[in-house]
Design a protein around this ligand. Structure first.
Ligand code: GLA
Length: 392
């Protein structure tokens, strides 16, 4: 079992057994992109790929971090000296969560943490959120905090915003913490506590979801994401609204007319995208997952033409998947590379995957990585809680 292997590695590294092993998944977003920081809606699902964390509480205020995907070194940091921007590289994400918990007044201190992740990095599948959320759920238990899933997601988002310096919304962290197996998560980013689980029975409906990693490195830290977010905030202010979520679709034409030319397409995307989330949720609740197809494809067109966060590789993956008979396809996540999802009939996975791979080869792009995703569980403890062992 993977949890046992991670616990064994922890023992070799830190010389003692961990207090437990936790897992937090990556995610794909089905629909509702660039809506979360506009107080809007999204519909992510957790991936089976996850970050495992073997952790042990320490009483001396030291945080020791090691990753199976890192350079082999153990990073050691005194919790009391953690400050935004002070920890570079992957260790900034877990350290940021410990900092954010302490900053929020929670009585946390040190720990030994060993990570082992199967979430591809740089693929727009929220490997950073998985890292953060694994720490959030582990600390919640190790320090007896008893925070809600939404509160833990907020802590993880705060770590990324304020400690690492990436101005992301809350979708990825909510997906990683709060998703359940077999369901997508209907998120209202204005009140994450009120999320709903929407059954997404791919297999039962003869469907498969392909995740196509274009292998164009996706990076939210490069300023483009922040600029889009600012554009949306400026548009909302010009319209006299708290957030773009508050613009009713019926008022969109008037708003588009009133806004500067560079902001209008952003607003059109956000308003129509929120409507697409509502429609997708209705179709899923009716048990008609195949009807998501056209919603995904129009979502991609909106991201490509209005929000302008697609790239030649994501556009090509979408076109090739549709040409090969996918019911719908779109880029997922922040964009500027990353991954594409394609909804296909069971049995068509190889045809669609092969067509995308061939199109990439013909265009001279690196071969994409393709996997089939099922809606998986959110962050959780994998090892039995202390005291649960059967007494002789
Ligand atoms: C990234 C961010 C999320 C969200 C998406 C776009 O994944 O981390 O908060 O804004 O981009 O929908």
């Amino acid at each position: 079992m993977r949890a046992d292997r991670v616990a064994d590695a922890f023992r070799r590294l830190f010389g003692d057994a961990p207090d437990g092993v936790w897992a937090a998944p990556g995610r794909v977003n089905l629909i509702g992109e660039h809506t979360d920081y506009n107080d809007g809606f999204a519909l992510p699902m957790a991936l089976p790929q996850s970050t495992l964390l073997a952790a042990r509480r320490r009483t001396d205020g030291r945080l020791r971090l090691h990753s199976a995907q890192g350079d082999g070194r153990i990073t050691e940091l005194p919790v009391a000296s953690l400050a935004p921007g002070s920890v570079k590289g992957w260790a900034g994400y877990p350290a940021g969560v410990v900092w954010a918990l302490a900053e929020a007044g929670h009585p946390v201190a040190g720990a030994d943490l060993h990570f082992d992740s199967t979430v591809p990095t740089g693929a727009g599948l929220s490997s950073s959120a998985a890292l953060e959320c694994a720490v959030a759920v582990a600390y919640d238990e190790l320090y007896g905090l008893r925070l809600s899933g939404a509160a833990l997601a907020r802590i993880a988002q705060r770590a990324e915003n304020a400690f690492v310096g990436v101005p992301c919304g809350i979708m990825d962290q909510m997906a990683s913490v709060c998703c359940t197996a077999g369901s997508a998560l209907h998120l209202d980013a204005r009140s994450p506590e009120h999320h709903r689980h929407v059954p997404f029975d791919l297999r039962g409906q003869g469907l498969r979801l392909l995740v196509i990693d274009t292998r164009v490195a996706h990076d939210l830290g490069d300023g483009a994401y922040a600029a889009l977010r600012q554009g949306c905030e400026r548009a909302a202010a010009l319209l006299g609204l708290p957030a773009l979520r508050d613009l009713p679709p019926a008022e969109l034409p008037r708003a588009l007319h009133a806004l500067p030319a560079e902001l209008a397409p952003l607003v059109r995307h956000v308003v129509t995208e929120n409507a697409r989330v509502a429609e997708a949720v209705s179709r899923l609740r009716e048990g008609n997952a195949a009807a998501l197809g056209p919603i995904l494809t129009s979502g991609h067109a909106s991201l490509r033409d209005d929000y302008r966060v697609s790239c030649p590789e994501t556009d090509l993956a979408v076109t090739a998947a549709l040409d090969a008979g996918a019911l719908g396809a779109r880029m997922t996540g922040g964009g500027f590379g990353g991954s594409v999802i394609a909804l296909v009939r069971a049995g068509r996975e190889d045809v669609v995957g092969d067509r995308v791979t061939a199109a990439f080869a013909a265009a001279g792009h690196r071969a994409p990585r393709i996997l089939t995703a099922t809606p998986a569980a959110g962050a959780r403890r994998l090892t039995p809680p202390p005291g649960s062992e059967r007494q002789p």
